[in-house]
Design a protein around this ligand. Structure first.
Ligand SMILES: C[S@@+](CC[C@H](N)C(=O)[O-])C[C@H]1O[C@@H](n2cnc3c(N)ncnc32)[C@H](O)[C@@H]1O
Length: 220
């Protein structure tokens, strides 16, 4: 029996993933009309990310079901107590991570979201899942909200906000990571600078995992 696979969380996540499938931005003609090249450029942008995500504020854009399960398994198996997430959206990934904290005996998850309506949806979902007591939602740009008051000994990080900011956000968290900390970066292919950093420096071990995830570990 796990928090992830029992009521209330299991049916809640099933519903939220179904709703996300039905509300893909690709069903929006304006978004679908943007060429894949332009879309990739927007996703990587270090300046246009606010406009890009504001246009997508009604879409949950969650990690895949498989990545959600991976997040729970990684956080549970490393007995994570301290987790930081960049990019909350409606809280689907947050629910998986917080479920692992619950099954680890408790802990703290700091997550960051700059769209107020999304932060409100995440709060509702975390409350419905019975997990809000483990989560602190920091509203505002993660470049600011994750630059202060971070705990030491972070066990696990999920990077799932603006892809162009992955190296900057990692830079904010780096000195707070415990040796062996895991970093999961979703859609990391859209952040070549991030991949260069985690694959090319002595401070990390890193490997692509599944279709669109980069799994890295802080060394030493
Ligand atoms: C792909 S979605 C996150 C999905 C979520 N992790 C899940 O699986 O349910 C990315 C989210 O990051 C937010 N975001 C992007 N850049 C951000 C930033 N610099 N600071 C805070 N939030 C940001 C967007 O508004 C969007 O809701």
């Amino acid at each position: 029996m796990t928090t992830l696979t029992t009521t209330p969380l299991a049916p809640l996540l099933a519903r939220l993933f179904d709703e996300a499938d039905a509300a893909s931005p690709m069903r929006n003609p304006a978004f679908a009309a943007v060429s894949p090249e332009d879309r990739a450029q927007l996703m990587q942008s270090k300046t246009g990310y606010r406009d890009f995500y504001a246009a997508l504020k009604d879409y949950p854009l969650p990690v895949s079901r498989e990545t959600g399960l991976l997040l729970y398994m990684l956080a549970h198996s490393c007995r994570a107590r301290t987790i930081v997430e960049f990019g909350t959206s409606f809280g689907i990934s947050t629910l998986h991570l917080a479920a692992a904290l619950r099954d680890n005996g408790g802990g703290r998850l700091i997550t960051s979201e700059f769209e107020p309506s999304k932060a409100a949806r995440a709060r509702e979902n975390l409350t419905a899942g019975g997990l809000m007591d483990l989560v602190e939602i920091r509203e505002g740009d993660a470049l600011e909200t994750l630059s202060v008051d971070l705990p030491d000994g972070i066990d696990l990080v999920l990077l799932d906000g603006a892809k162009g900011l992955y190296p900057d956000v990692l830079g904010l968290l780096e000195t707070h990571l415990r040796p062996g900390a895991l970093i999961v970066a979703d859609n990391a292919d859209h952040s070549p600078d991030y991949l260069a950093r985690v694959r090319g420096t002595a401070g990390y071990m890193s490997t692509p995992f599944g279709e669109d995830v980069e799994l890295s570990m802080r060394v030493g």
